[in-house]
Write a protein that binds this ligand. Structure first.
Ligand SMILES: *Cc1c(COP(=O)(O)O)cnc(C)c1O
Length: 395
């Protein structure tokens, strides 16, 4: 029998979440962001469920080739554009749209001759200060692109630094609009956080109109004093984390408020049980000491599987359908868990008991964001960190 750990990918959840993204921005086209191997879910595994998107956005050229090999003939966008001049040939061969975020990329393009072969996303830096032309440089970059014979349509693009936090998108969006407001071309601005902050929430509209809920009852929503920004949705939205059922803010309540379903579950089993006395410690370093006699379970999952090593005592985990906590230090192949709440609920809590590390399985849900929050990280990181040694099953 193989080690009992398994990741389960839920294609229905991916399709459902994509439909939620569409509902939030019904006028916009949707890039399904599938970088980092579809946030750890696997591009091949996610493709069929996400092919109702208008395009796929990613940044690894090998992933773009993989999508073409899967038969995707629609748009593909390279979110970081080309890494060298040679990549432009690949863009022509595979018909890839690509971001232009700095002068070197512009120079490479200016040297290409194939007429109108390149669809370009020109990126403005609106405060993230990673990639993109500043608002002062932007129009000159646009002018130059316009003059490149190899450049066809140009889309205006930015990426928000603070869409998921209290600062919101107002300043960045104002800057963007002031700079390019009068230029022709499509626009693309919203990641999941911005989309869920400013998009249409059908149930919320109904509740609001009926006078039952303030518009910002949902914690991920624009606050009352933030100007409504329907225009922010633009022509193309770029949801990533929400497609996988995770929250951009890190709060499981946000994913729930939008009825997002987890697309990945990590399951395993209890492979050992210890009855310990009061005062006994558990695991490396003895960082957890029990105050009373306790039943400890050993789950077959560790940091070599992608479970976060820095998850402290108290991090939630589900055993036999009952939510309990991990205790002691996460090790490479094992996590120790408190079985007393599971026993108290009348469950076996024994060797062979099923364990849910995150996701939704057999009708029980443990939001990945709850685990991530306890471990001081985000669902994004946990999904992407799923280790290659974990067998993946699609159901
Ligand atoms: C990753 C990424 C996204 C998607 O972000 P989420 O927070 O996962 O929705 C959108 N746009 C760009 C440029 C990205 O790099």
């Amino acid at each position: 029998m193989p080690r009992p750990i398994q990741a389960i990918i839920h294609p229905e959840a991916l399709s459902h979440n994509l439909a939620r993204a569409r509902l939030a921005a019904p006028q916009a086209k949707v890039w399904a962001v599938v970088k980092a191997n579809a946030y750890g879910h696997g591009i091949e595994r996610a493709f069929a469920a996400l092919r109702a998107a208008d395009g796929f956005a990613l940044l690894d050229l090998a992933e773009a080739e993989a999508l073409r090999a899967l038969g995707w003939g629609g748009p593909i966008l390279l979110l970081e554009g080309c890494f060298g001049a040679d990549d432009l040939q690949l863009c022509e061969r595979l018909n890839l749209w690509h971001v232009v975020h700095d002068a070197a990329q512009l120079n490479w393009l200016a040297a290409r001759r194939k007429p109108r072969a390149h669809r370009v996303y020109l990126k403005m830096n609106t405060g993230m200060n990673r990639l993109g032309f500043t608002s002062a440089q932007y129009r000159a970059a646009w002018d130059r692109l316009q003059q490149c014979p190899a450049v066809g349509e140009i889309t205006h693009m930015t990426h928000f630094a603070t869409a998921e936090g209290p600062q919101g998108t107002t300043d960045a969006f104002d800057l963007f609009q002031r700079c390019m407001g009068d230029l022709p071309g499509e626009r693309s601005l919203c990641n999941s956080a911005a989309l869920l902050r400013h998009g249409h929430h059908p149930a919320e509209e109904v509740l609001h109109l009926a006078g039952h809920a303030p518009r910002n009852a949902n914690p991920a929503r624009a606050t009352a004093n933030e100007a409504p920004q329907a225009a922010i949705l633009g022509d193309w939205v770029r949801p990533g984390i929400m497609l996988y059922g995770g929250s951009a803010t890190g709060l499981a309540a946000d994913a729930k408020a939008w009825d997002l379903h987890p697309a990945m579950s990590l399951v395993t089993r209890i492979v050992g049980v210890q009855q310990i006395a009061a005062g006994a410690s558990v695991g490396y370093g003895g960082v957890f000491t029990s105050q009373q006699p306790m039943r400890i379970g050993v789950a077959a999952v560790g940091y070599a599987d992608g479970y976060p090593r820095h998850a402290p005592t108290g991090t939630p985990i589900v055993v036999d359908g009952i939510r309990t906590r991990i205790v002691g230090r996460v090790s490479m192949d094992m996590v120790t868990v408190d079985l007393d709440p599971v026993r108290a609920a009348g469950r076996a809590a024994d060797v062979g008991s099923p364990v849910l590390c995150w996701g939704r399985h057999n009708g029980v849900e443990l939001p990945i964001d709850d685990v991530a929050t306890a471990a001081a990280t985000l669902g994004y990181e946990l999904m992407c960190a799923l280790a290659s040694r974990v067998p993946v099953h699609v159901e």
